[in-house]
Design a protein around this ligand. Structure first.
Ligand code: FES
Ligand SMILES: [Fe+2]
Length: 351
């Protein structure tokens, strides 16, 4: 993959931001690991997450844990080990570690050495997936959607993950750049942008609303199906997860459509490589009709995403981002960059 960040540095130099678009830092945030169903009780799984080698395990009682992967005895990868009760056991000499990373057992010695511990990270389970936050202690919760609660149950589908050569902070600009709806997606919608930021929880909400044009077939179809106005919102969580709500307040023949929801879960793989995991979801609905509606809405969410994904890819696959000449219309981009730069760095590093 091309490392665009080092191209043209002598003729078009760019200076680094503290966090935004900076491959040298992995910001604190909830990073998508894998679907929950891939980790049964009593099992352990290895995972490379944002350049860090980890193990994630589920104890026999169902507790989840994420630890640095290398055993503090001689460095064996704990992913080669097994879960024994509430601990993960190293394959080599059977030292055992609890969910907090502290050593719980050294079979061949009466005492546990003081330094026999591995760093543990906060883990959560939400949207049928496992997420890791590269810190422990008081952590803000992984964001929820503004218009429904996951306590009512969700139907979730994981899309095919894909890679981008841009940093995820740059790729995420896509959701808040009103100009490109016309220039890239051929949708003539004058968008008004509303931004609200909640810095403590690492959230920024951006809502875009506008009148749909009448100039081409795509717009006429959109008008017929959705009404005259189009609105979507993006909730960014720690600059690495984007919770997208499409078709807000869309009306078809007097009936309001349910909104569509999806998550873009981003994580850097190494410098110059970002993984994008699309997650489609909709609230659970009862009965056969309810299930059919949920099924249809997920299908529609995927169609909307596929329709735009390729067009956006043409931008983000060959871009070397620098915000040298932002205009007043780019205000959401400028505000988003400021928001990302307020995020704290984590101890993880990319190669
Ligand atoms: S290397 Fe893990 S117990 Fe010895
Ligand atoms: Fe786009």
């Amino acid at each position: 993959m091309e490392m665009y960040s080092v191209k043209n540095q002598t003729t078009q130099p760019i200076s680094e931001f503290p966090i935004f678009n900076n491959w040298g830092e992995v910001a604190l945030g909830w990073y998508y690991a894998f679907p929950s169903q891939e980790l049964k009780s009593g099992s352990v799984k290895s995972l490379q997450l944002c350049g860090q080698e980890l193990v994630i395990f589920r104890t026999t009682q169902g507790k989840l844990a994420a630890l640095d992967a290398y055993c503090p005895h001689m460095g064996t990868h704990l992913g080669r080990g097994a879960v024994v009760g509430e601990n993960v056991r190293c394959f080599f000499h059977h030292w055992e570690f609890g969910v907090d990373g502290a050593c719980a057992k050294v079979p061949c010695a009466p005492d546990i050495p003081e330094r026999a511990k591995v760093r543990s990270y906060t883990v959560c389970e939400k949207y049928n997936a496992i997420w890791v936050y590269p810190a422990s202690g008081q952590i803000p919760e992984l964001a929820s959607f503004p218009d429904f609660s996951e306590s009512q149950g969700l139907k979730v589908e994981f899309g095919k993950s894909y890679e981008r050569s841009c940093h995820h902070h740059v790729t995420m600009i896509n959701g808040l750049d009103p100009q490109h709806l016309k220039t890239v997606h051929n949708l003539d919608i004058e968008m008004e942008v509303d931004i609200s930021e909640e810095t403590r929880g690492g959230l920024i909400d951006i809502t875009l609303t506008g009148k749909i044009g009448t100039g081409n077939l795509r717009e006429s179809l959109a008008r017929f199906l959705l009404g005259n106005t189009y609105s979507y919102s993006m909730r960014y969580d720690h600059g690495n997860n984007g919770l997208l709500t499409l078709m807000r307040n869309a009306v078809f023949r007097g009936h309001q459509w349910p909104s569509l929801h999806m998550i873009f879960a981003y994580r850097p793989i190494e410098k110059g490589r970002t993984l994008v995991q699309p997650i489609y979801l909709t609230p659970h609905r009862r009965g056969i009709t309810g299930r059919l509606i949920s099924h249809f809405l997920l299908w529609l969410t995927k169609r909307a995403f596929f329709a735009l994904q390729g067009e956006d890819g043409a931008v983000y696959e060959n871009m070397r981002f620098f915000p040298a000449n932002l205009l007043p219309i780019d205000r959401p981009v400028a505000q988003y960059i400021q928001y990302v730069n307020k995020l704290a760095p984590s101890p993880w590093k990319l190669l």
